[in-house]
Every structure is written in C-alpha cells, then in structure tokens.
Design a binder for this molecule. Structure first.
Ligand code: CXF
Ligand code: ZN
Length: 377
C-alpha cells in the first residue's frame, strides 16, 4: 500500500477527559513497529465497557484515550517480523491476545495469555505504548485496540485473520460481545443437552449467552431482565421462559427453584451487578449447578453464603467466553457464515463515526442492543 511506512492522518473519536462527549479529531497513526500490524478499521460495535471507561473514577488509566474494542477491518501494513499477515487480509483486533508461547496459551485450560496489553491484569485497560497521537499528545490505546479510529496499530498476537467472505459490519461483533456471551455458555459453563439454564441480563452479551445455551442443546432457557422490552429479542435467540424480577413477590432464585425442582443446572450473570451475581449463584441447583460470572464490574465485592458452594455448586468466571482468541474468532466467523450463529439480529442501529456520541447515548439508556459504526472504505 502507498501508505506503508508512513504516518497516516485519519479521523478518530477521542475521549479527552472524563464525563464529556467524544470528539472527532484528525489523529496521526504511526507505522507498525516490530510484530505489529496497522489495521484500517471498517466497522466497530459499541460495547458497555467503552461507555464505562468514559466516566470519572472508572477509567484508571487516564485520558486522552481512543476507546472501542469490537472492530473489524483490513491489514494496511505490517511491521518487521510479521509473518502471519499481509496487506489486504481481513482481520479482527483482539483485546485478549493469544501469543501461543506462554504457559497459559500452551494450556488447554484457559484463554488468559500472559503477553497481552495488560498481561492479564484487567484493572489496567489501556496500552500506554500507543501508536496514536493528536495535537502533539500521545493518545492511549484502549484495551490494546482503539477501534473508534479509521486506523489503529495492534500487536500481531492480538489479531485474528478471518474468512475473506466475512461481512465486516457484522463480524465485528465477534470482537467482544457475541464471543463473550456465547462462549460463556458453551466453553465456560459447558451447558449440556437437555439442561435448564437461566441468563440474567439481556443486553448483547446476555442474548449471546442465550444463543450459546440453545446451541448447546438446553431444553429450557429462562431469560431474566427487569426491562420486559428485551424479552422479544431473547425469544429470537432461543429463550423459552421470561421473568422480570420486579414482577415477583419473592426472590428470583426462589421463583426459579420452584419452576425447576430446586434450581437451574446453569446460570449466567451478564449484567455486571454484584447483587445479581449472588442471585444467579443462588438460582442454580445444589449438587451440580454451575453459575458463571460474565458481566464486569470492579467497583464492589460480592457477598455469598459459603453453604451455596459447599452444597455442590460451582462458581466460575468467563473472560471473552473462554475462547482462545486467535483460534476462536475465525471459528465463530465460520459459524456465522455457515448460519450456525446469528449476528444480524444483535444490530439495532447503524451509524457513522460522526454519530458516535448518539450511539453512546443509546447504550447509556438501554435503547439498543448493538450499534455498529461503519467507516468509509
Ligand atoms: C471486558 C470487561 C473488562 C475486562 C476486559 C474485558 N469485556 C468486554 O467488554
Ligand atoms: Zn466489550
């Protein structure tokens, strides 16, 4: 490409300070260094984690930062030592890397790579060694990705090459939300055929978890949310029963216990609320129930009664759906192309980068499932 080896000037949405709208700026994106790939982003989803990090006290890394971590695009150029990618490859940047060399990558038990942007410590959400600058200032790269930008630079261990036939404005959702929820059910909970499941929270991650429970052969999938407007979509993804905790005169765990002879086999918390996490744990059956934490918060501790676990429940957590990212994302792209997983149904809004603050407002008020921002080619 004519741009290889040169600084690219392009548009990006910059978060200059907390609690303020993002600003569309002309930024500079430096050429990729050793083992790095510069990507032209064509589409990006907007995830709750982006929203969360716009606020005071939530973003511990500071500003200015380019958010966005659910993108898809083409390789524009590669740095020295990159053998896996060529200009023109269709790719998805990964916020969780797969170096294939560390002890975690070598173990089939986990997807926690030790060499990624935060080295597994998710209290730090930005890569400080950024290739982005604006008005003479370094701009932090959120989750090692920064997909709210026409171009970004990502380490090759954090890029997945995908099928050239994949529509980028759909498969970008596999960069975070859909893999996170689907994998939590299939890989982490390991939902079994004929089982009963409950999914708490019906945003994109929860709906993807519902889809995962269905794909794994669950016979009953309870969709739980305090917003009944979400139930119709949950049905599309395979939910069989719908519960609004605010409509009940007893705790939701008790309601589920009565409906399922003691509790569900698998429960998944997709909200990021510690009270809901406890409730999801208490909703699964003693003896063999498995409850998975998928929603994210680092604000509070969770309280629970030890007897819940002593009685035989298992409590697990799931990051990126337990997928080893470089392997898992292309497989999920294939599953979409083979019509084995849905993506189109998650997309409620389509926007341009200039409308990014509207997308953020929709998310803040629970008015969308996913907005996909498309960039001009
Ligand atoms: C995030 C949640 C915070 C840790 C990294 C992964 N998940 C999705 O946005
Ligand atoms: Zn996300």
């Amino acid at each position: 490409m004519a741009t290889a080896g040169k600084v690219i000037r392009c548009k990006a949405a910059v978060a200059w300070e907390p609690n303020k709208p993002l600003v569309i700026e002309d930024i500079e994106v430096a050429p990729p260094q050793a083992d790095e790939v510069r990507i032209k982003i064509l589409a990006t989803g907007v995830c709750h984690t982006d929203l969360y990090h716009m606020f005071e006290g939530m973003n511990k890394d500071g500003f200015p930062i380019v958010l966005g971590h659910e993108g898809a695009g083409f390789v524009e150029s590669v740095g020295p030592g990159v053998t896996e990618f060529q200009p023109g490859d269709k790719v998805i940047p990964l916020f969780i890397s797969q170096c294939r060399e560390c002890r975690f990558c070598k173990s089939p038990k986990t997807n926690q790579c030790e060499n990624g942007w935060a080295n597994g410590h998710h209290d730090v959400m930005a890569m400080k060694d950024s290739r982005l600058t604006c008005k003479g200032q370094k701009i932090l790269q959120f989750m090692g990705t920064s997909t709210f930008s026409e171009y970004t630079v990502v380490k090759q261990m954090a890029v997945a090459k995908i099928d050239p036939a994949a529509p980028l404005e759909k498969v970008c959702l596999l960069g975070c939300g859909v893999c996170t929820g689907f994998g939590a059910a299939v890989n982490t909970a390991k939902v079994e055929p004929g089982s009963t499941c409950a999914v708490f929270g019906l945003g994109a991650v929860g709906l993807a978890a519902v889809m995962g429970c269905k794909a794994a052969g669950a016979k009953k999938i309870f969709a739980v949310d305090i917003n009944p407007e979400k139930f119709e979509k949950a049905k599309v993804f395979g939910a069989t029963d719908f519960l609004n905790p605010n409509d009940q005169d007893k705790p939701i765990s008790q309601v589920l216990a009565e409906m399922t002879d003691g509790g569900v086999d698998f429960s998944l918390e997709c909200v990021g609320n510690v009270a809901v996490m406890r409730s999801a744990l208490e909703s699964c059956v003693k003896g063999w129930g498995v409850s998975v934490l998928v929603g994210w918060t680092d604000m509070y501790d969770v309280a629970f009664r030890p007897i819940q676990l002593i009685a035989g429940r298992t409590w697990k957590g799931s990051l990126f759906g337990g997928f080893k990212s470089k392997d898992g994302v292309p497989e999920m792209v294939k599953a979409y192309l083979d019509k084995k997983v849905k993506l189109d149904e998650f997309i409620t809004h389509k926007m341009t980068l200039e409308q990014i603050n509207d997308a953020i407002e929709l998310m803040k008020h629970g008015k969308c499932i996913r907005t996909v921002v498309s960039f001009s080619p």
